[in-house]
Ligand binder design. Structure first.
Ligand code: HEC
Length: 169
């Protein structure tokens, strides 16, 4: 009986579609490429990707205070790298990995009034998260977005907080 119950549970779980973050609430910001400001390009900490970072006006206007304002949006475009013969990412003169295929668009949006149905455990402070394919449709992803960002309350839960502040000066 126990076995049957377990089999049923794992079968049910396999039908759940995972989305990274909460795309029902944290929407893809159409037109961010022209409306937002590009504030940094960096090799990702995972050593396998390049991140191009954009911030909306609320974010650039409020960054200097250390805590970003309500309505701030940060976008991370994720690119693959171009591997060399040794399989490692090739690096350009600027020290950045050469950008390969455009792979995903990760979004963080800050709001003090997120809907109650959006579990606070899935946020970092007032930041909600979502990840999209490059065409703006939802990307399946099993990552618990908030988990890596949560330990950084002093940086407003952002890895690139200092870059944004530096840029906004
Ligand atoms: C394994 C840890 C980890 C998880 C899980 C994670 N992130 Fe991040 N995130 C990072 C790191 C590290 C950076 C800084 C860029 C880099 O070096 O990769 C970052 C940067 C970002 C940025 C740019 C703003 C910033 O903090 O600098 C956004 C937007 C973002 N992540 C969204 C997401 C979304 C959406 C998810 C869930 C789909 C997610 N993250 C899950 C580690 C993580």
């Amino acid at each position: 009986m126990k076995k049957i119950a377990l089999a049923f549970i794992s079968l049910s779980l396999s039908f759940i579609v995972y989305a990274g973050g909460n795309p029902d609430h944290v929407k893809y910001p159409e037109g961010y490429q022209t409306e937002f400001t590009k504030y940094d390009t960096r090799n990702r900490a995972n050593g396998k990707q390049v991140a191009v970072l954009y911030a909306n006006k609320v974010a650039t206007d409020t960054a200097a205070s250390g805590k970003l304002g309500d309505g701030a949006k940060i976008i991370m475009e994720v690119y693959k790298t171009v591997p060399g013969e040794d399989g490692k990412p090739t690096v350009g003169e600027d020290g950045l990995f050469n950008k390969g295929k455009f792979a995903a668009v990760a979004v963080m949006e800050k709001r003090s009034n997120w809907d109650v149905s959006f579990d606070a455990k899935e946020r970092a402070g007032d930041w909600g998260f979502a990840i999209y394919k490059t065409d703006g449709t939802v990307k399946d992803n099993k990552l618990d977005c908030a988990s890596c960002h949560l330990p950084m309350p002093d940086n407003d839960y952002m890895f690139s907080h200092s870059s944004l502040i530096e840029f906004a000066k």
